[in-house]
Design a protein around this ligand. Sequence first.
Ligand SMILES: Cc1ncc(COP(=O)(O)O)c(C=O)c1O
Length: 458
Amino acid sequence: MLIKEGKKLRTTSRGRDPKLAPNGCRHSSKLAGERESWVPRGVSSYHSFTAESGSNALVKDVDGRSYIDFAGGIGALNVGHCHPRVVEAVRRQAQQLLHMAFPVAGYCAYAKVCRRLCEAAPGSFPKKAALFNSGAEAVENAVKVARSHTRRPGIVSFDMSFHGRTYLAVGLTGKHKPYRQKFGPFPGELYRIPYPYAYRPPDGVRAEDLTRYCLGRLENLFSTSIGPDQIAAIIIEPVLGEGGFVVPPADFIPSLRRVCDKHGILLIADEVQTGFGRTGKMFAIEHSGAAPDVLVVAKSLAAGLPLSGIVGRAEVLDSVEAGGLGGTYGGNPVACAAAMAVFDILEEERLIERASRIGKKIERRFDALVRSCPTVGESRGLGAMRALELVEDRKTKEPLPESDMKAILSDCAREGLLIIRAGQHGNVLRCLVPLTIPFDQLERGLDILEAVLRDRKP
Ligand SMILES: Cc1ncc(COP(=O)(O)O)c(C=O)c1O
């Protein structure tokens, strides 16, 4: 095992323990060959090793190497890998009822998860929830209920957003490469406006004017492309996920809420990546004080099992006729059992408070890197959703090239840290550690990252 208590960190491959197999050694390379033969390259991975097992914040590969996991299944593992309570809930449910298909007959776990979601989501109005399989599928259904309720066609999303890879979800997504490239045409009546990104504001716009600027672009959309009375919903990530952990100004979401209320437009919060305590609140939109009409959840809802959902105003979700929502697997009983365990763990282990503590520890270390490491352009985030934007040059903010980013990721992995990137230019290191990570492992992971960034040749 590479990571050991008290073991001195190595920051170059030269000092590597010869007994430790590097990535790409016998087992991993054999599996990599299989993968290359049978899996298309569109289905890619950030890292080349082959994972074998996971336990809380550690992942082990088939060659016996361990990694501290700062990727957390891209935000699906807020309660860590294989939490014993999740595993036990899954085992029990699997013995009792593996699959039913909700369209055939209901089962307890489905309604229980919906109830927990309704109780957890912000907004003091009657709510209902429905369950699906993936984040993208839940986004699609949020749009379906919004159109069905308002009887309007238009949906507004944001540049740099990510909502998934199915056609409607990718149509909403504001990043061309690789998500949209070569896939058009996309579904109609989808519109996009800029997301307020203070580190890279549009030319001539001051950071403090970003809310006004972006809402001005929305007003412009109303006058040039589609009247507000034809818009069903605006969908927003309260903190951009794939877009690079951009946090909007404090007044942005409340202002957007007011525009929605003025025109009868629904506000949809896509909390697929930000949900379940990640930002120090159950849902990130709670930081703004605004309540969305529909909230989209997935990822950490079921600790890695495929489960997603929409939760929101009862009259919006009830606007669809019987049979218009759902699917064969949506709200599978085993995934629902895992979700019930997740809700209990979040409460009993006080993980939402813990997210704030984790966030502060990471922020302190990341802010120090901004001061000491010329490659680090900005440290940002909310709660335990934190990122570093890396640049060639701090003045020009030229993004660090893809090849350097790839090298940083693989250097981190070689030293035993699993981390992934994000951002419009792919130059943002994002941190989605399990909220259950022991603090010594968190610090060791940060040590590795710091050493890799400091050792980089300019
Ligand atoms: C904000 C957001 N929405 C939607 C999705 C799509 O989720 P899935 O990959 O489960 O379809 C993601 C995935 O990363 C996401 O981050």
